[in-house]
Ligand binder design. Sequence first.
Ligand SMILES: Nc1ncnc2c1ncn2[C@@H]1O[C@H](COP(=O)(O)OP(=O)(O)OP(=O)(O)O)[C@@H](O)[C@H]1O
Ligand SMILES: [Mg+2]
Length: 365
Amino acid sequence: MRDAGAALCCNSAVPFSLLSDADAAGRLAALLDSAMDAIISIDERERIVLYNRAAEQTFGWRSDQVMGQPLSMLLPERFRAGHAAHVKHFAATGVTSRRKGEGMVLYGLRADGSEFPMDASISQIDTAEGKVFSVILRDVTERVKARQDLARFATEASAIREQEKTRVARELHDELAQSLTALKMDAIWVRDHLERDPAASAQKLADMLDMLDESVAATRRISADLRPLVLDDLGLVPAIEWLVQNFTQRHGVPCALDIDQSLDLGEPHATAVFRMVQESLQNVAKHARAHRAWVRVARERREIVLEVRDDGAGFETQAARKPQSLGLVGLRERAQLLEGTVRIDSQPGQGTRVQARIPLPGADA
Ligand SMILES: Nc1ncnc2c1ncn2[C@@H]1O[C@H](COP(=O)(O)OP(=O)(O)OP(=O)(O)O)[C@@H](O)[C@H]1O
Ligand SMILES: [Mg+2]
């Protein structure tokens, strides 16, 4: 078997020149080889001077194949130029260590030409022979896949939730039709008995009023929470118009609507836009004490932009989230599932503006 320790000692003269004896270098090499993460060091010219066993497994190249070679051989072509600039910048900063690619995915290139996502951190030390950069990296294919699975699961879960709501909305509709039928029969009964039996008729009317009150209350309560059939039956634009009218009627706050009348979105985009406007208007009603509100839904290039604004109380956007507050979290989640973004501008006393941008399907950014 190849002696990794020996290979490291002789090939990696720069880092180990710090070590006085061969024994210490051997122990360090063994330690590096036992690491779970790939560890690669390069000199100032970006030549590989150290390459541990995990790196061999990760990239599929043996140590003797990469020693002295440029680091760029381990990166997909399209990242090579950017990477070199990155290392130069890092060297210039003099920072000793940094995690690379926070918030973005880096890719490595295997010997067989396949690519994989990786997590990397870089550190630098100054030696007598110049700077040595060490990169510690890990194949995160599994993690990236898990995240994608989770996103897919969330999309499915949200589709199921919407289906369920549509079903309940229809049930409600049918049930309401039933109580209306019962009320009609009662009304006929009253018409036919009014003269003959006024006392019984009065009692019947009292029952009918109770039933009406119950139906109205139930309809209000449930329909506030449900997807209105109008979204299915008439499409997004009338559904948003309905939301806005409903908001003004219930809360007495005038609300201007600026909506692109030709907007015709498919699912899941239509539901997402509807829900985001709904939640934002609910927030205006609940928290803003506004005099006016504005809703805008438009297509801008290859995005759909929606904006809900009020001139009310505003709030501290940096403040910690109240544990029971789920509205804005849900709003961001909806946007993220569709690869969109949400921006909230607010300050106490300055009103609030919620803006979401969602790329349209089939549109490459
Ligand atoms: N238009 C607004 N005007 C003033 N404050 C707002 C507005 N929108 C949101 N807020 C503030 O942000 C907080 C978080 O809003 P969010 O919608 O997440 O939760 P919530 O409305 O309190 O509860 P939920 O939406 O879960 O019923 C609110 O409690 C409120 O303090
Ligand atoms: Mg809310």
